[in-house]
Ligand binder design. Structure first.
Ligand code: MG
Length: 337
């Protein structure tokens, strides 16, 4: 099986600011596998704060040697071998995982959701993300997002209450709040949660630093809203360390090396009654269409990544009645533009 890859830069529709960073583009790698005349597409999205970049991706991919693949049963072992090449590089590993799954679906002539017995009409509606910004811009973006069933609001800066008040001046949509580790103490976090709860806020993501484990335990005992781990959980093995600190986890393909491990994480998390938020980075329709294959397994979805960019090289999963819905095409269901 052949492996090809090339760097690409995603241009964002708007500057995107969270409590720890701000940017107008995201570097990605577009990956392809090819065998028997069939091409599978994959993608690595690499926001700078996560430590991967074009150089680390190319260095990793140059070490990946793909054998001849004869059935879908070959894929888990192959992904294990690729994972063992290095400790990190999760996004670029995901790019290979996605491409292999796309290829397998095409060989089997079925969308992945059908191969896995899933029903994408059960995908939860996606939230639409509004970054930290000046209040007039937040209001404008909220008005433009009226078709979404949920908004995801980035907090953890110095202006949290005015941002929520600005949104509530023009919208009653239920909100996901993501503090991105921005609240400084457990008391501040609890105060914010109690202030947010009566305002139709559904969940709070990553209120404090991932190192504040004792504070998280304290907060979980008192929080009236579900607390969802994002920065605190990357891979399957992390579930053990967060299951007593949070009510749920945010699974992203780019954090967990792709579809194979994301599915395993969902199974593992359910053993502990953890809620599942299926999230994303700023990504093309390639990675979003992949996540859309398994979204019916989640409680909530935040799969707006491809809606935030202006140079998507693919068409794939699309917004339908507020849900990111995969096409009926085989594999991850992409059309290349
Ligand atoms: Mg988050």
């Amino acid at each position: 099986m052949n492996l090809r890859f090339r760097p690409y830069t995603l241009e964002l529709r708007h500057r995107f600011t969270i409590s720890t960073s701000s940017r107008t583009s995201t570097p990605i790698i577009l990956t392809e596998v090819e065998q028997d005349g069939i091409i599978g597409y994959g993608e690595a999205s690499m926001p700078p704060y996560l430590g991967e970049n074009e150089e680390t991706a190319i260095q990793f991919l140059s070490q990946v040697k793909l054998p001849h693949v004869s059935s879908k049963n070959d894929i888990p072992q192959l992904l294990q071998t690729i994972d063992a090449i290095s400790v990190g590089n999760t996004a670029v590993k995901a790019s290979v995982d996605i491409a292999l799954h796309d290829w397998i679906g095409k060989i089997e002539k079925k969308p992945l959701y059908a191969l896995w017995g899933l029903d994408p009409t059960q995908n939860p509606p996606t939230s639409f993300t509004i970054g930290i910004d000046k209040l007039d811009i937040v209001i404008e973006k909220t008005k433009q997002a009226a078709e979404f069933k949920f908004l995801k609001i980035k907090l953890g800066g110095s202006n949290d209450k005015p941002i929520i008040e600005a949104i509530r001046s023009v919208s009653n949509q239920p909100l996901f709040v993501d503090a991105n580790q921005g609240w400084k103490s457990k008391e501040e976090a609890l105060h914010m949660i109690e202030w947010l709860a009566p305002q139709n806020v559904i969940l709070v993501e990553q209120p404090m630093l991932k190192s504040q484990r004792d504070d998280m335990e304290w907060l979980k005992q008192r929080s009236c809203l579900p607390l969802i781990a994002d920065e605190s959980v990357q891979r399957l093995g992390d579930i053990e360390t967060v299951k007593s600190l949070f009510h749920g986890i945010n699974i992203k393909l780019m954090k967990c090396t792709g579809l194979n491990e994301a599915r395993a994480m969902i199974t593992e998390a359910r053993k502990y009654n953890l809620k599942i938020l299926l999230g994303c980075m700023t990504e093309t329709s390639c990675a979003i269409s992949s996540a859309a294959q398994i979204a019916s397994l989640a409680d909530w979805c935040d799969l707006d990544g491809a809606l935030l960019i202006k140079n998507d090289p693919f068409k794939g999963a699309f917004l339908h009645n507020g849900r990111i819905t995969p096409t009926e095409l085989p594999g991850i269901g992409l059309i290349t533009i």
